[in-house]
Design a protein around this ligand. Sequence first.
Ligand SMILES: [Zn+2]
Length: 135
Amino acid sequence: MELPNLLSHLAGIQIDRVQLVGAGVRIDAHPVAVSAACPVCGQRSTRVHSRYQRRLSDFSIGGREVLIRVTVRRFFCAASACSRKIFTERLEQVTTVYGRRTMLAAQLLESLGLALGGQVPASQRPSPCRSTAPP
Ligand SMILES: [Zn+2]
């Protein structure tokens, strides 16, 4: 099996490096898109404001804990009338807006919890479209 097939749940990000760190595996990556859409107005932008790293836990590989460090960008919104001046690009194919796990890891954890007799509250089910606004 080739590495791209093994990590197909990470579509939309480019893997830069895979390292063994202690007892775990660390994957450094970045999004492949050259632009991102403002979550308020939908206007795409290529003007990068800054970058930071998001840390996502993923399912284990060979019994080793996997941490993905994705360098994401903050963009200036290209629409002058938009109320959002700066926004962070989304990793819609990989995790939720404020997710700390990949969607696959969240699904596996949910399946494990259900198999053990637990119930996952609807508000905690992984979904790329989950709103973070209070009801
Ligand atoms: Zn905007």
